[in-house]
Structure formats: structure tokens, C-alpha cells
Design a binder for this molecule. Structure first.
Ligand SMILES: O=c1ccn([C@@H]2O[C@H](COP(=O)(O)OP(=O)(O)O[C@H]3O[C@H](CO)[C@@H](O)[C@H](O)[C@H]3O)[C@@H](O)[C@H]2O)c(=O)[nH]1
Ligand SMILES: [Mn+2]
Length: 841
């Protein structure tokens, strides 16, 4: 497990140096050591803190067990700092669990006995609300409200009950909520470290490929491109993706491209008919001039007058684009656009009963590699269009279902040993990508269990500072190589090249589970049969073969199941990105996409194939920890929400919950905060990024933690209770120029009154309020600075992070500002929260 892996990528052929880079290895080790010490200290602290508190709680609970669902318990203690006895009121939930609220009020009384009943506790509480001087009430109150004569020493607190009166009372003052937040943080932080234990940087030796295989020996490659909605995923974009792979530097007779149209749209088919015509010009042009950007849109955007034919091809492209966009805008195809019998026949399938949810299978062969030639008389790769059969009564399993249909159809049509999976928003950025993958698949030293090569997702539409942290740098660049050293990287949904056999067989039954070829049936009939929506009934598709069902993140889940079956994977991350994709730059789209991802991850995380229960049985524990980190990331919402609200609400009510600055424990908190943030920044910079991007990413984690993560948990609960179903909402890829301009400038985009934004803006307002109140408190009584520094810092940190939200609420006037509705709702919610918590204090 710990040994350095063999140098894949044809590295050994000319006895090159091992390719595993040890760059920064020592620094990494030192940082890791530092990290582990920090985490250990944190756990010790939590344990100590929680242990102490739990014992108190337990005793207390037993005292008042006979009472209602919510207990209010009163403690009195002498505070050294203000030299006054403190009344501590705690709420206990019905399970005997502690509440996250725990507060203190200063009184000038002698101690009540710890035998105070919950009714006296309630009396105290109401008195506290009404402030001093209290009305005369029963005994306890008297004792609480009688101000002792000046100079009188305070009586010792009652030794009985739950308070020990030791030095650690500052710790006792800390809320359980914060303790819990720390424990979740400790857990997630520890699992996160697994990615940094054994990272592997593979280096590729493409120049050695000819030594192991001639072009004629290359395995066939089937490329699957998925699209699902012509209005959310403009067909011109999908055409660009397809053209960029059709033009690969790969023997054309071995290359086939399949377009899966889950939207079952004639607009998409029409676009690909146009695409096939344009490809006859585009492919030879790319070959002749060895063009790097083989997506025409990108090529023409970068350079326009490079070669003699450039202008001519550009005009053709513009014409094709206008035709396709015209048809999409119009929503249908004119009869005069059906120029031959073949087109008439193909589009006749779209009869009035044909909808995107209910239609028969449509298969169209748009280019045939042994028949169709380009303008220079070269054969072209295969190009197929497939819209699988859909029936509203039968679940279609979203993208995983589409991919499984493609696997079956392609096995019948071309049966290439390698399969490349691509999303429609990801074009190829390097024509040699398949050859790079071959450096792994054909390497004589390769582990025979290698299932797939993953080219990490990289994106073309991200602004300079990555305002929304869309790049996912750590996940795609760092975690991937981290997992490589532990058994294999995740499958990221797009840009993965699989061995077909891996998707068709199972570890326990290493022979093919699916072998459909029947001599008697002709190819067309067979294709229709395997693409039908009932085909998978009572088969192992989706459970043991193909892409696995049961989650919205079929990609990570399928990769995980393959790893559990003993398959391996490897990351290939060349300097020039193999593929470039698009991320949603509208903030609300991004939040919806993230909610889907985290819901999907939670779905698997809490299923019977959870990485904790199932994964740990089959994976090496560190590899399992990596998957645990991904699947349970939503639980970041616990510490994030607690830290976004609790210290602030306590501050608003002048209640300290952290140790004083002079207390040694304070240093520990400072150390843990700086250590974990510092390490994160270090990882980011080491991965080639900059401070600004890191800052934006950490802000986005805070935003996701208070919006998408809890929503995903809520949606998961709803779906588990069968009150809703899991839906794959396709992300919109339509560009809005105004919005793009604002995004380029790094301006946050709100614009839509999205419920997801509410908790984020409420948190922003509470942090602002807390900071102002905290400053006020300190100005009035400078001696309290030491008490409140921790909370003030957290509120200030929250405030700095929330700057774009304040800006969007009051300073902006463009379309992307916070909708007035959301602002009003969040102000009301903030006031309500302050009132509820304020009255509790
Ligand atoms: O019913 C469906 C739904 C989606 N898709 C296709 O799936 C791809 C991904 O959809 P998109 O809306 O772009 O989702 P993203 O969140 O951007 O996709 C990421 O997350 C998905 C899992 O949630 C992975 O499948 C993707 O590969 C990964 O890029 C697109 O090509 C869609 O056309 C289908 O083919 N059928
Ligand atoms: Mn996408």
C-alpha cells in the first residue's frame, strides 16, 4: 500500500527515471505532521471539553428527569472575571440531549441550591428577561435578587450538583453546539488528510508509444457524448464537442462518436445532420494544419486568418451555426429544410404523439467510416445519433441510463475496446488525448486491473479570480493524484476512458455478463431492442454491470463500485488540458447543481453501498476515507451553521463562549484555525493557484455550507420518506451576455429570488449585527475585550466573507443585485432570530 507505484505511461521503455515525482514531498510530510498534531490537540480538547460537559449534563438530566420535554436547568457559579456569581441557564431537549443554547446572566446573589426545580428555573428565566430589579417572588428569587452590601465576599457556589467550580469553568461556559461543531470538523478534516498521504504524479512518454504499438494495432475507441435538452444545452455547443472529438488524431476507421439525445429532439438530430456535412471540411482542415483547438468555435474565436482556407471554413461554420440556431429559435424544422428522402424519413418519426418523455427509439447513422469521405477523399469516423426509447411509466435513470443504452448499442455497432465518456459541455482541447490514454492502456507494465483513465475536469469559462470557486481545484487536481496512490481516482463523469470489458463484467464473475449478439437478428432490430426502455428489466444492468443506478452522481458511484470490485484507475493530467468544460456562471444555477451533487453523494453515503460500511470492506482504509470525505461533505453544514450563528448570537447578547485571550486554550483555537486555513491555502498554492482564488473558494464553502448542504440533507430526508423523488435537473448552458460580463468582472450574481439564498443573507446580517454589537460592548467596557475577541473575530471573518451580499443588498443597481424580496425576507428572519434568542438570554 505504501510502496511507490510502478511508473505507468510507457516510462520504462527507454529506462527513463521513475516518473513518480517527489517534489515537495518533505514539505508535505512536515505539513501533514503539523496537521496531525493539530487534529490530535483538537480531539483532545473536544474530548476533555465534551467529557466534562457530558458528565455535568448527565447528572443534571437525572435531577430533572421527571419533567417535561424541555428542561431548563439553572446553575450558579462564581465567575473570576467579573467577580460575580453567574446564573447559567441551559435548555435540554427531550432526548436528554443538550441544547445548543447555554447562557449566563450576571446576578448579585448568593447561590441557589442545585436542587432547583425546573419551575424555579423558569422563574429565574422570566426574571432575567424582565431585568433587574426583579419582582419579589419565592425564595430563590429573593436570593437571586438581593444585592449584597458593598465589599461583601461572594459566597461559594453550592458544591452539590453539577458544577465543580474548577478553573475550567470558562470551558464549561462554551456551548455544546461549538463542541459538536468541532467534532464534526475534526472528523471531516481527518478524512480530508487521506488525500495527501501518497500522491502520485504520473509523467507520460507519448514519444514511446510507437515502440509498443503501430497505428494499426491501436484499439478502437467509441466516444459517448450525452445531451438531454436542446433548450438548456444549445445544440451548437454539442456540435462543437462532437467535432472536436471527430477530429482526433486517431485512425478514423477505429473512431466512432455516439450522440445520446435524452431530449429526443428533432432539433438535435437536425443539428447533427448539419454537423456531419460540415465535418467533411473541418476534419481535413484540422489535419492539414495540425490545428490544436478542434472545436471550431474556439478555433475561430482565437485566430481568424491563419491559413489560406481559414476564412472559407469560418464562413461555412458561421452558416451552419446560424442554420442550427435558427431552427432552435423557431422550435421546429421547416419542410423546405428537409432536402432529401433520408431526412424526410428520419424526421417522420416525430409524429404528434412524440414527446421528450414518451417516444420510440431513434437511431441514425450520420457518418459511416467505410463509406463516407471528406473533401480530400479520406474516410471519416463513424457518427451515430441515438435517442433511446422513453416511456413515462418506466424510470429512465438519467445519464446513467443513457450511458448504459449507449454501451449496448455500441457493442452491437462497433464494439470498440475503449470507451470515452463526455458531457455535451466538454470539448476536446488536445487532439492527442486518446494517444495519451493509450500510454496507460498499452503499457506493458500496466496493472491488468486498470479500468479507466481519468482526465480531470478543467473549465474554460471561469473568470480570473474564480468568484464562485467553480474550478474545484483541490478536488480535480489534488484529490485525484492523492487517490491515485491509494487505489485509483474517482470517475468524474466526463473525460474518462474506460475499458469496455470492465463495464460489462463483474469481479465475482469475470466472464461477460452481457453478450447479446444474435446472428439471426439484423443490426437495426437488435439495436432497437437493446435501446428499448424495458430491456433492463430483470437484468443486472445498473446494479452489477454498466453505470450504476440509485444515485444522482452515477459517476463517482460507478467509480467507487468498480474500485470496490478490485479495479484500479489512474489520473492523466497533461499540462494542456485534455478537455475543457463549462460550469454554470449564474450563481443560482451553480447552487442548484451543487445541491444535486451533494444530494447524490449523500444518497450513496447513506445507502447499503456506503463507503463506511461497504467501502471499508473492500478498499484500503485511506482510499475509503477519501470516499467518505466526498460522500459526507454535506455535514460541513453542522460546523458552518453553528459557527455562522451561535458565537454571533451569543455576542449580540453579550455572552462569551470562547476562552479569554489570556487563557492558554485560546492559543489552541487560534492555532487550529490558522493551521487548518493555512494548510488549505498551502495546498491551493502548491496546486498552482493564487490567494484570491483560494479566498473565493473558502467563501463558497461557507455559502454552500449554509445553503446547499442543509438543503441536500432535507431533500434526502424527503425522498427517504417518499415525499419526493430524486430528479436530475440538467444545468443550463445557455449564455446570457450581460450576466457573463458581470461574471467576468467578478461581481456576484443574485438576481433570482431563490430560497437557497435566504440562509446565506440571514447569516451575513447576523454577522454584521454581532460585529457592531461586539464593538459597542467593547467600547463601553474595554475589559470585556479579552472575553469577546474570539467571537468578534468570527463575526468579523463572517462579515468580510459576506461583503458581496451586503453590496448586492444595498449598493448595487444592476440586474444581478439581491432581489428586494429576498432582502426584506432576510431582514425579517434576522430580526426574528435575534428576538427569539434574545428573549431566551
Ligand atoms: O437525464 C439526463 C440528464 C443529464 N444528461 C447529461 O449528463 C451530462 C451532465 O449534465 P449537467 O447538467 O452538465 O450536469 P453537471 O452537474 O455539470 O455534471 C456533472 O455531474 C454529473 C453528476 O451529477 C455528472 O454526470 C457529470 O459528468 C458531471 O460533469 C450532460 O451532458 C447531460 O446532457 C443526460 O444525458 N440525461
Ligand atoms: Mn456540466
Amino acid at each position: 500500500m505504501w510502496s511507490q507505484p510502478r511508473p505507468y505511461g510507457l516510462g520504462e521503455i527507454q529506462s527513463r527515471d521513475p516518473v513518480v515525482s517527489a517534489r515537495f514531498f518533505r514539505v508535505r510530510c512536515a505539513v501533514l505532521l503539523f496537521g496531525f498534531c493539530a487534529i490530535l490537540l483538537l480531539i483532545l480538547l473536544c474530548y476533555y471539553n465534551a467529557g466534562l460537559r457530558l458528565s455535568t449534563a448527565w447528572e443534571t438530566k437525572n435531577h430533572y428527569r421527571s419533567h417535561y420535554f424541555v428542561y431548563i436547568v439553572v446553575h450558579l457559579e462564581i465567575s473570576k472575571q467579573c467577580d460575580l456569581p453567574r446564573l447559567q441557564v441551559r435548555l435540554y431537549h427531550f432526548h436528554g440531549e443538550h441544547s445548543i443554547i447555554n447562557f449566563i446572566a450576571c446576578t448579585t446573589s448568593s447561590a441557589p441550591t442545585s436542587k432547583a426545580t425546573s419551575s424555579t428555573a423558569r422563574t429565574c428565566k422570566s426574571n432575567l428577561k424582565e431585568n433587574l430589579p426583579y419582582r419579589t417572588r419565592p425564595k430563590l428569587q429573593e436570593s437571586l435578587t438581593t444585592r449584597p452590601a458593598k465589599g461583601t465576599k461572594h459566597p461559594k457556589p453550592c458544591p452539590a450538583g453539577n458544577y465543580t467550580g474548577k478553573r475550567s469553568k470558562i470551558l464549561l461556559d462554551r456551548s455544546y453546539g461549538v463542541t459538536r461543531a468541532d467534532l464534526v470538523l475534526a472528523f471531516l478534516w481527518t478524512t480530508w488528510q487521506a488525500f495527501f498521504i501518497n500522491p502520485i504524479h504520473h509523467q507520460l512518454f507519448l514519444e514511446n508509444l510507437p515502440e509498443v504499438a503501430k497505428e494499426s494495432d491501436y484499439p478502437g475507441l467509441d466516444v459517448f457524448v450525452c445531451t438531454a435538452d436542446p433548450f438548456k444545452e444549445p445544440p451548437v455547443g454539442v456540435v462543437n464537442t462532437v467535432l472536436s472529438v471527430l477530429a482526433y488524431d486517431y485512425p478514423t476507421e477505429k473512431l466512432s462518436v455516439y450522440v445520446s439525445d435524452d431530449g429526443g429532439s428533432q432539433l438535435t438530430l437536425f443539428a447533427f445532420m448539419e454537423c456531419a456535412k460540415f465535418a467533411r471540411h473541418w476534419l481535413p482542415y484540422c489535419r492539414k494544419y495540425n490545428i490544436m483547438d478542434r472545436s471550431p468555435e474556439v478555433h475561430f474565436a482565437n485566430d481568424t486568418s491563419l491559413f489560406p482556407e481559414t476564412k472559407e471554413i469560418q464562413v461555412m461554420y458561421a452558416k451552419m451555426k446560424a442554420t442550427i440556431e435558427g431552427v432552435v429559435d423557431q422550435g421546429s424544422i421547416n419542410v423546405d429544410q428537409l432536402i432529401d428522402d433520408r431526412m424526410v424519413k428520419a424526421f417522420s418519426k416525430w409524429n404528434p404523439g412524440f414527446t421528450c418523455h414518451q417516444h420510440p427509439t431513434v437511431v441514425e447513422v450520420l457518418l459511416k467510416s467505410d463509406k463516407d469521405k471528406d473533401v480530400t477523399d479520406h474516410y471519416m469516423p463513424n457518427l451515430f445519433y441515438l435517442a433511446r426509447e422513453k416511456n413515462q411509466a418506466i424510470p429512465h435513470r438519467f445519464k446513467a441510463g443513457a450511458l448504459n443504452t449507449l454501451i449496448r448499442v455500441s457493442t452491437i455497432m462497433t464494439n470498440a475496446p475503449l470507451i470515452l465518456i463526455l458531457d455535451c459541455d466538454m470539448y476536446s482541447n488536445d487532439p492527442k488525448t486518446p494517444l495519451r490514454a493509450l500510454c496507460y492502456f498499452l503499457d506493458p507494465n500496466i496493472d491488468p486491473k486498470l479500468a479507466f483513465v481519468q482526465f480531470p475536469q478543467r473549465f474554460h469559462n471561469i473568470n480570473k479570480t474564480d468568484t464562485y470557486g467553480l474550478e474545484h481545484l483541490l478536488e480535480t487536481q489534488v484529490c485525484s493524484i492523492g487517490m491515485d496512490g491509494l487505489g485509483g481516482t474517482i470517475f468524474m463523469g466526463s473525460g474518462g476512458i474506460f475499458k469496455r470489458q470492465v463495464l460489462l463484467e463483474n469481479h465475482s464473475t469475470p466472464h461477460k455478463l452481457w453478450n447479446e449478439t444474435k446472428e439471426s437478428e439484423d443490426v437495426s432490430a437488435l439495436t432497437h431492442r437493446v435501446a428499448s426502455c424495458v430491456y433492463e428489466e430483470n437484468t443486472k444492468w445498473g446494479s452489477e454491470i454498466g453505470f450504476r443506478y440509485g444515485t444522482l452522481v452515477e459517476d463517482i458511484y460507478t467509480g467507487f463500485r468498480l474500485h470496490c470490485s478490485g479495479w484500479k484507475s489512474v489520473t492523466c493530467n497533461p499540462t494542456r488540458a485534455a478537455f475543457l468544460g463549462g460550469m454554470p456562471i449564474a450563481f443560482n444555477d451553480f447552487l442548484c447543481q451543487s445541491s444535486r451533487w451533494y444530494l447524490g453523494l449523500l444518497q450513496t453515503g447513506l445507502s447499503k453501498f456506503s463507503p463506511v460500511t461497504f467501502g471499508m470492506k473492500f478498499l484500503n482504509p485511506l482510499h475509503g476515507m477519501c470516499y467518505v470525505q466526498f460522500h459526507f461533505r454535506v455535514f460541513w453544514c453542522i460546523p458552518i451553521i453553528i459557527y455562522a450563528f451561535l458565537p454571533q448570537l451569543a455576542l449580540i447578547n453579550s455572552f462569551p463562549i470562547f476562552p479569554k485571550v489570556s487563557d492558554p486554550w485560546f492559543c489552541l483555537y487560534a492555532f487550529l484555525f490558522l493551521g487548518s486555513y493555512g494548510k488549505d491555502l498551502y495546498e491551493f498554492v502548491m496546486a498552482g493557484s493564487v490567494f484570491q482564488k483560494w479566498w473565493n473558494r473558502q467563501r463558497m464553502v461557507l455559502i454552500l455550507g449554509s445553503s446547499c448542504f442543509p438543503l441536500s440533507i432535507f431533500n434526502w430526508l424527503l425522498a427517504s420518506l417518499r415525499l419526493s423523488t430524486f430528479e436530475f435537473n440538467v444545468t443550463s448552458k445557455v449564455l446570457d451576455t450581460e450576466l457573463s460580463k458581470r461574471y467576468e468582472k467578478g461581481i456576484f450574481e443574485f438576481g433570482v429570488d431563490l430560497p437557497l439564498l435566504l440562509p446565506v443573507s440571514v447569516a451575513a446580517l447576523i454577522n454584521l449585527l454581532a460585529f457592531v454589537m461586539g464593538i459597542k460592548e467593547i467600547v463601553i467596557n474595554i475589559g470585556r475585550f479579552e472575553d469577546f475577541l474570539g467571537q468578534l473575530f468570527i463575526a468579523g471573518f463572517g462579515m468580510v466573507n459576506s461583503w458581496p451580499i451586503y453590496e448586492a443588498m444595498v449598493l448595487r443597481n444592476d440586474k444581478g443585485k439581491m432581489p428586494i424580496k429576498t432582502t426584506i425576507k432576510s431582514v425579517c428572519a434576522t430580526l426574528a432570530i435575534c428576538f427569539v434568542f434574545g428573549s431566551a438570554f
